[in-house]
Design a protein around this ligand. Structure first.
Ligand code: NAD
Ligand code: AKB
Length: 313
């Protein structure tokens, strides 16, 4: 069994990824790590270490001394939070990646997972069924950091044979843990507000369609990509990953079908410009052809699952 560490494990993706990795590879073989001194409840049941990815020397010695062979590097500032602190977002999103890529270049690590995002695309990108290879002129610091990260991943693969694998996640929808400061967070918040107050004020306009995905699909994609034979991985920047595509109005209609009292209104804020620069939908045929990717969850299923499971405080 490989020794695995998930860095930034306490966030929206990490809490569910750690649980799935532990199921597959054994609890003791998957170390969860995050900034907090104590282990978050959702990560209990296996090893936890307090680790700051910006502490390069500590990260290096922990990984080398403990014989860690696979790293899932999730720590980052997401799009909306990053716009409020661009210098720090650049530092966090890039420096951690170099620390891990260098460990892999030195052959301490065998495999790296590093997530990219639909934020790598920009207003000049074709926005419907955005292709794998296309114009990429991101306008957010988050998107710029992800695009640069993709180029560095491909560079480390080409120059140093580093086995780094990546997915351009769309907006992720989950009920086990909340999102951490992205533009697509509304598609989770809306369920909490629907259950609590039967109304939601959307910070995106009604027809802003964005690519989205249910977390179970995203976790399955991540592990399928990491487990795929090396020969099948043709894209060493990052894979487009499609799921569903919908707007606030479309998700509100689905909620209203299940709760006729639900109401939505629209007050776009600074996140509207970010969303306007991102694709409406994604062409993921490269992931499908190379390693067999196919999403399972559609909008109606997602709405059913979310309404049945979110638990507002
Ligand atoms: P999140 O904000 O929910 O979680 C990030 C975690 O990283 C947090 O628990 C945070 O405490 C931790 N962290 C922050 N700084 C750290 C540091 N210095 N050292 C160690 N840990 C630190 O984010 P997420 O939604 O789980 O996203 C994980 C990754 O996936 C990110 O790289 C993000 O860009 C990418 N991604 C996420 C989505 C999405 O919709 N959730 C979509 C596309 C890409
Ligand atoms: C965000 O909105 O910042 C993230 C993402 C799509 O990368 N959910």
């Amino acid at each position: 069994m490989p020794q695995i560490i998930v860095i930034g494990a306490g966030g929206q993706i990490g809490t569910e990824l750690v649980a799935e990795l532990r199921k597959r590879f054994g609890s003791q073989n998957v170390v969860a790590s995050d900034l907090g001194e104590t282990c978050p409840t959702l990560l209990e049941g296996g090893p936890y270490i307090q680790l700051d990815i910006l502490n390069r020397e500590f990260v290096r010695s922990y990984i080398i001394d403990n014989g860690i062979k696979q790293v899932y590097l999730l720590a980052a500032l997401l799009s909306a939070t990053a716009e409020k602190n661009p210098e720090f977002a650049w530092k966090l999103n890039m420096e951690g990646l170099f620390t891990i890529l260098d460990l892999a270049k030195e052959k301490h690590i065998e495999k790296v997972f590093w997530p990219s995002s639909i934020a790598v695309f920009g207003p000049t990108t074709p926005s419907d069924k955005t292709p794998q290879h296309t114009i990429m002129e991101p306008i957010t610091i988050y998107g710029i950091s992800k695009q640069a990260g993709e180029r560095w991943c491909e560079y480390y693969f080409n120059k140093f044979n580093v086995d780094v694998r990546s997915i351009r996640y769309p907006g992720l929808i989950s009920y086990k843990s909340k999102p951490g400061g992205g533009t697509t967070d509304y598609a989770v918040d809306i369920f909490y507000k629907a259950k609590e107050h039967k109304r939601y004020t959307s910070y995106l306009s009604e027809d802003t369609a964005l690519p989205m995905m249910f977390m179970d699909d995203a976790i399955r994609a991540t592990i399928e990509l990491m487990e795929a034979p090396i020969i099948k991985i043709k894209e060493r920047s990052s894979y487009n990953l499609g799921g569903v595509s919908f707007s606030p109005k479309q998700i509100a209609i689905e909620i209203k079908k299940r709760d006729s009292y639900f109401e939505i209104n629209y007050e776009p804020d600074f996140r509207q410009a970010i969303a306007d620069s991102w694709p409406n939908s994604i062409d993921d045929s490269a992931a499908h052809n190379d390693w067999g990717w196919k999403h399972h969850f559609g909008l109606e299923e997602i709405v059913d699952i979310m309404l049945n499971n979110v638990q507002p405080k």
